[in-house]
Design a protein around this ligand. Structure first.
Ligand code: ATP
Ligand code: MG
Length: 684
């Protein structure tokens, strides 16, 4: 049985899958069969008689968990699966644990999990001034660093952070009082419980004798500590990962967990897998060329096992419509030639880019699903804007008024909205009519003086904008922003970049619509997009669109990656970590099995205006586009420059490529070529 089971693995994979006791790290590049190896190991352990209930396998997404379960179960017979092993996400494991053990914290197990929207609502009810997105992400950081409100307060710097520490304390009180847990608690509370109860930690770790973790490069400090406690009575922890695919640094994941595995767990066996079974040689070579530009990496070997394959295509388009048209055409011919929709995917770095694709797909009648993300018109900020525009075209749209009457925040709470609605219903008029027809005093009688004043200002703003809209459609968007500062309300928020990119994309799209349809107005536009977004019945046979983050661990026969322009991929901003951007590039390219197409455009909507863009440095670095001209200019070195090196003397630059913060130069020193970082030479 087990022979058979291992037969589809190569020698190193077999060694890893047959490893039974002691810590094991499988460190290998993309598509080398890491996930295949641990799912086979899971089946192997069961096949040699290890109790399935004593094996715990952890992953990051439900999709990954489901795929691993399918793969592992297909290797076993039904008898062996009488008691299936636990294979789930970290968070699911935390939830199951808390169901049994939350009483350790003197809490009842009828707790309710709050999602990120609920969390923000709770935070808003505690504090109205600090944006809830900021509060939410700060508190999440604290929890993942295992810091209590008291500890946070003790080291808080400045007024804002002291205040956030206080809000954190109140937030925790609120959760406790109402027996709520947030996502971070699903990891933090089990950690606390196990940390404070050695006996329980021993018992649990005896229960799960064998623990496996996929995508270990994306674990954070808290997950690492939790794993340690789960290994209190043994050290049978098997983790797999790839330092080059670490893409959650911004969420506190730390590559140190992989780098220090050896020190964390004594006598760890380390297995390296060096063959890639997923991608054609051509695809692999470009991916390898790209990631070589990172300095901060372990450096692994990864060779192909497949044919050379067809060359990677690069599409150059004028704008996003042109880009979407080309991709739609390609996909149509793939489908016509008998390819399956489920084998086709499109990836992007910035979610806003899905808008033009969705439009193209809808027009062509192609089914698509947005994996792990929301369709463009379902995103909060876009729904808000649509609500505003609906109000402008129809003052009695109560639903839309209720949605945006306090967006951006102007102090109108839920109770006020209820009162307004009740009164309007009583008089059988719309909410806007109520505000408009009432005198300030009459309105004060319903909602109080302060709210009455705010609502009157809101009314005047809407009426002004309606006039502007009727005079000049093109001025509308600027005036709208001048009046409400909607876009600016996302300034400096943790998820502000993505949201503002969506807003910009939407404004740009509306402006274009007005230019192309001089006789149509905002109402026509709204009707058109209502029809467009309605047109999407769900079917299994659909093409996947997703962010690169959501594509981790997946593979597709035909892959398109769009938006390869500086500013969109890599994203360039204050907090940009160019090496993490490049790892995202590596993850993206290595999702492709047979066919890969990358696309860049000359112009897209950037900050609401059509903007000329430069193609991404990643196209050059991966060897897809010739001429490292842009990069050479940045490095200050170009082909032909004479340089001086302390040891090697004078030489001539033959090539300059970006390497992290530095530049890697290929220099010819009197016939001998060497690769040297630019900081080690001087121009002569
Ligand atoms: P990633 O880093 O992207 O998560 P991975 O290392 O987990 O990749 P897998 O998804 O396990 O790689 O495997 C990639 C592909 O290669 C899969 O289609 C898998 O079935 C195939 N594969 C893995 N090992 C072998 C092998 N020894 N022989 C044939 N195919 C293999
Ligand atoms: Mg994998």
């Amino acid at each position: 049985m087990s022979e058979n089971l291992l037969s589809s693995l190569n020698k190193s994979q077999q060694d890893a899958a047959q490893h039974i006791d002691g810590p094991l790290l499988i460190l290998a590049g993309a598509g080398s069969g890491k996930t295949k190896t641990i799912t086979t190991r899971l089946a192997f352990l069961i096949s040699i008689g290890i109790d399935p209930k004593s094996i715990l396998t952890l992953t990051f997404t439900n999709k990954a968990a489901n795929e691993m379960r399918e793969r592992a179960y297909s290797l076993l017979n039904s008898e062996e699966l009488n008691t299936p092993p636990l294979l789930c996400t970290f968070h699911k494991f935390g939830l199951l644990f808390l169901k049994f053990h939350i009483s350790e914290l003197d809490r009842k197990n009828n707790f309710i999990i709050i999602d990120s929207d609920d969390k923000r609502r709770v935070l808003k009810s505690i504090n109205k001034d600090i944006p809830s997105a900021l509060l939410s992400s700060e508190i999440s950081k604290y929890k993942n660093s295992i810091m209590s409100p008291i500890e946070v307060k003790a080291q808080a710097q400045g007024k804002l952070y002291t205040e956030i520490a206080d809000i954190y304390a109140l937030y925790e009180e609120h959760l406790l009082k109402n027996n709520l847990v947030d996502f971070d608690d699903l990891l933090l509370l089990p950690y606390k419980i196990l940390k404070n109860n050695e006996k329980l930690a021993k018992d649990i770790s005896k229960k799960y004798q064998y623990i496996m973790v996929d995508e270990y490069q994306d674990t954070n400090e808290l997950q690492y500590r939790l794993l340690r406690l789960l290994c209190t009575s043994h050290n049978n922890l098997c983790v797999v990962g790839d330092d080059d695919q670490s893409i959650y640094g911004w969420r506190g994941a730390t590559i140190k967990n992989i780098l220090n595995f050896n020190e964390h767990f004594d006598e760890a066996t380390i297995v390296k897998l060096e063959e890639n079974y997923r991608s054609t040689d051509t695809i692999l070579n470009h991916a390898n060329a790209l990631i070589e530009h990172n300095r901060d990496r372990l450096g692994k070997k990864l060779v192909g096992t497949k044919d050379k394959g067809s060359s990677v295509k690069v599409y150059e388009s004028n704008d996003e419509n042109d880009e979407s048209r080309k991709i739609v055409e390609d996909i149509k011919s793939l489908l016509a030639s008998g390819e399956h929709a489920k084998d086709i995917a499109i990836l992007f770095r910035v979610n806003a880019l899905s808008r033009s694709l969705e439009e193209g797909f809808n027009k062509a009648g192609l089914n698509y699903k947005l994996v792990g993300g929301m369709k463009f018109y379902e995103r909060t900020e876009i729904k808000d804007l649509i609500a505003y525009f609906r109000i402008l075209t129809n003052l009695s749209d109560n639903f839309s008024i209720k949605r945006v009457i306090n967006k951006p925040k102007r102090g109108i709470g839920a109770t006020t909205i209820d009162k307004l609605e009740e009164k309007a219903n009583e008089l059988n008029i719309s909410i806007f009519d109520l505000i408009q027809d009432s005198t300030p005093d009459e309105l004060s009688a319903v909602v109080g003086k302060k709210n009455s004043r705010t609502l009157k200002v809101f009314e005047a703003s809407i009426l002004d904008l309606r006039e502007i809209m009727n005079e000049s459609r093109m001025r509308l968007l600027d005036s709208f922003e001048d009046t409400f500062d909607y876009r600016a309300s996302y300034d400096n928020l943790p998820d502000g970049f993505e949201r503002q990119a969506n807003i910009d994309e939407f404004y740009g799209y509306i402006r274009d619509y007005f230019i192309q349809n001089p006789h149509l107005d905002l109402k026509d536009f709204l009707n058109e997009i209502a029809l467009e977004s309605q047109n999407d019945e769900y079917t299994n046979e659909s093409i996947s669109m997703m962010s690169i983050h959501a594509s981790k661990g997946l593979e597709f026969k035909h892959l398109f990656i769009i938006g390869l322009e500086e500013g969109f991929f890599p994203i360039i901003g204050d907090g940009t970590d160019i090496e993490e951007e490049r790892r995202l590039g590596y993850v993206a390219l290595t999702r492709a099995m047979d066919n890969l197409t990358l696309s860049f455009v000359h112009s897209r909507f950037y900050k609401g205006k059509r903007t000329q863009l430069n193609k991404s440095r990643f196209l050059v670095e991966s060897g897809l586009v010739k001429g490292s001209l842009v990069i050479e200019k940045q490095s200050g070195f170009k082909k032909g420059d004479m340089v001086n090196h302390k040891i090697f003397g004078q030489g001539r630059v033959e090539k300059a490529v970006n390497a992290g913060k530095d530049y890697k130069l290929t220099i010819n020193f009197g016939g001998q070529k060497r690769e040297i970082l630019s900081s080690f030479v001087e121009k002569v």
